[in-house]
Design a protein around this ligand. Structure first.
Ligand SMILES: CC(C)=CC(=O)SCCNC(=O)CCNC(=O)[C@H](O)C(C)(C)COP(=O)(O)OP(=O)(O)OC[C@H]1O[C@@H](n2cnc3c(N)ncnc32)[C@H](O)[C@@H]1OP(=O)(O)O
Length: 257
């Protein structure tokens, strides 16, 4: 498929999606969201891809939903059209998704980054949920994912005031996995994505599923779920290969089965 609002590239085993609406700070309109959803499905179905990476520009990961596009919506438009219900592209793949964030990640941009499995931030990154300043609230998971990531006090601070937090505060608050100098963002994020993409796919998918279960279950249920998946991985050829390779002091040759 030809894309107009994103760029999709396969680099090694990493599927890289670059949001590309430079004149609107990558504001998320229907067209861009549709293309992003399509790209995620394509990369999920591509066996050559082991990990996805979503990024934006130096100035903006994404400055939120396109305000100009949604400004005139009525309640009935939003409610009957179930506005933004399908804006969850990064959650539609079982493969890990890394977000590489420089500049603004605001509103839907911050929410999009939080839908990814881990965020690597440039020191220029600015995160926020400024919807309150527009007379609304976050609409694609911001109140939920931000609160789980940074806790109630910081989430209330950000959601109620609409202020931005810089990369250092985002790292201190556990929103991002690491902060790197802006010039190194893509190298660092690619290194992380490439490392993940070159692990055994069954164990990568299992690890992601098990960590995600921590947000949806009690500790006892989560630990039991983890143990069941851990047991199941002993049925894979990659478990035999991974442990044999360690004993033989060589690199494993994954078969992804
Ligand atoms: C997901 C859901 C349901 C909701 C949301 O996400 S609501 C949107 C939340 N986001 C925001 O409120 C941020 C809006 N943008 C800004 O506050 C500023 O643009 C900025 C602080 C991010 C950057 O300011 P700066 O002065 O550096 O740049 P601008 O001149 O303001 O912007 C450049 C260019 O981009 C257009 N732009 C920016 N953000 C959006 C947006 N969210 N929607 C539509 N267009 C956006 C901006 O209008 C300008 O274009 P023009 O020069 O053509 O006006």
């Amino acid at each position: 498929m030809a894309y107009e609002n994103i760029i999709v590239e396969i680099k090694g085993r990493v599927g890289v999606v670059t949001l590309n609406r430079p004149n609107a700070l990558n504001a998320l309109n229907r067209a861009l969201i549709g293309e992003l959803s399509q790209a995620v499905v394509e990369l999920q179905n591509n066996d050559a891809v082991g990990c996805l990476l979503i990024t934006g520009s130096d100035k903006a990961f994404a400055a939120g939903a396109d305000i100009k596009e949604m400004a005139d919506k009525s309640f009935i438009d939003a409610y009957l059209g179930n506005f933004a219900a399908d804006w969850h592209a990064p959650t539609k793949t079982r493969k890990p998704v890394v977000a590489a964030v420089a500049g603004f990640a605001l509103g839907g941009g911050c929410e999009l980054a939080m839908m990814c499995d881990l965020i690597i931030a440039a020191d220029t990154a600015k995160f926020g949920q400024p919807e309150i300043k527009l007379g609304v609230i976050p609409g694609i998971g911001g109140t939920q994912r931000l609160t789980r990531a940074v806790g109630k006090a910081k989430a209330m601070d950000l959601v109620l005031t609409g202020r931005m937090m810089d990369a250092a505060e985002a790292e201190r608050s556990n929103l991002v996995a690491r902060v790197v100098p802006a010039a190194q963002l893509m190298d660092e994020a690619m290194k992380v994505a490439d490392t993940i993409a070159n692990m055994s796919l069954p164990s990568v998918l299992a690890a992601k599923e098990a960590v995600d279960a921590a947000f949806e279950s009690s500790l006892a249920e989560g630990v039991r779920f983890e143990r069941r998946i851990f047991h199941a991985l002993f049925a894979t050829e990659d478990q035999k290969e991974g442990m044999k390779a360690f004993v033989e002091k060589r690199k494993p040759q994954w078969k992804n089965k």
